[in-house]
Design a binder for this molecule. Sequence first.
Ligand code: NAD
Length: 419
Amino acid sequence: MTVYSGPVFDMAVNQFGVIADHLAIPADERDRILMPKRAITVSCPIHRDDGTIAVYEGYRVQHHLTLGPTKGGTRFAPSVDLGEVAALAIWMSWKCALVGLPYGGAKGGIAVDPTAISKRELEALSRRYMMEMIPFVGPHTDVMAPDMGTNEQVMAWFMDTYSMYQGRTVTEIVTGKPVASGGTLGRREATGRGVAHLARRVLKELAIALDGATAVVQGFGNVGSYAALELHRFGLKVIAVSDHTGALYSTAGLDIPALVRHASHHGSIKGYSTEMQCDPAGILTMPCDVLVPAAMERVIDGKVAQQLKCRVLAEGANGPTTPDADLVLEQRQDEVFLIPDILCNSGGVVVSYFEWVQDLQQLFWEEEEVMRREYQILDRAFDQMLMRAKVDKVSHRTAAMAIGVEKVRAAKNTRGLFP
Ligand code: NAD
């Protein structure tokens, strides 16, 4: 019996099973590594602008506290439920361990469409959520960050609410804050830049020239837009992008800087062009060199995996590929080079870690230093993943997750089981 359920949680369990079998982890050790330490569910009532009261359900799942505080984003989306949040927290643990951060994974969220409420309502909801979480979080317990549907502004409200209750400014309680209130340079761009950096490395390994290579990006929010911008800067033609409002396509390559300006002004890619519109359903299977899913989970299933026509699959989103798609991709390893999510999008948590370190020390770095250190960590983890895949003769995802799970397991075993 477990309180967690749903397809995303099942997917995390399924993936862990594959890794646990590969590492031959004894059955009685598995639940201790897999099951979350803590799950918090809260009701967040707010006054709506029309004078009525609405109550939203919020969650936070802290996966393990073995290596330090937990760390993870906060998602505002209608789909959010306890199972989804738990799965995302579990993936954060493997990700942090893979890249060597002193954190366990966490994730939180509210079941709400943030575009369907006013800015004042969003602020009230963000503050109430953080207030409800105060007994359970802290700079050395659990540090929040942005995810789908939240941004720097929401992090600033979280930080302000927590600080008001402490009676002092506690910038290190969240990461992904505006630079003006204790954030770090380079955090906003970190995830997308990391995705593009690793995709470029793989293109070089495959001897595909950057200039004129093509890319397709699903999702044009924080991760997708910065990944597209960086790939465009490297000389790739970004031929298609999509978001929740539709998709755009141009064989000549889209003007990504102009599209980013449009999206930041209008909140989406809608209205940018009528001539370039295309069917969002076909975007993942378009022929291209680099495909970046950067929107949501489980968009690449077994059927889509068969139809992928990219050379590099750079997973910007968390969990975009289902376990049955993984089986297909294992067969197609020579055609599609997978950069698995826990490595590909880890630039975000790496720079969040830098932000936390800088806040704790009150000593801030230049953006070049942030980027240099980010790429150093990503490159090291990439090399380790490749080596492990080769030695163990397994897929890139299995190799990356095996490194992460192994580190969490080793920490638990050396600390022992209390009492
Ligand atoms: P965001 O809210 O900034 O952007 C999400 C984007 O996805 C938006 O453009 C939205 O329109 C689009 N989208 C939603 N539904 C869609 C659909 N059905 N088809 C196409 N596009 C759709 O979120 P984000 O922070 O960019 O996060 C995106 C993904 O990356 C999530 O899986 C998140 O967990 C993951 N991620 C984010 C970070 C980070 O630093 N923000 C770090 C690691 C992983």
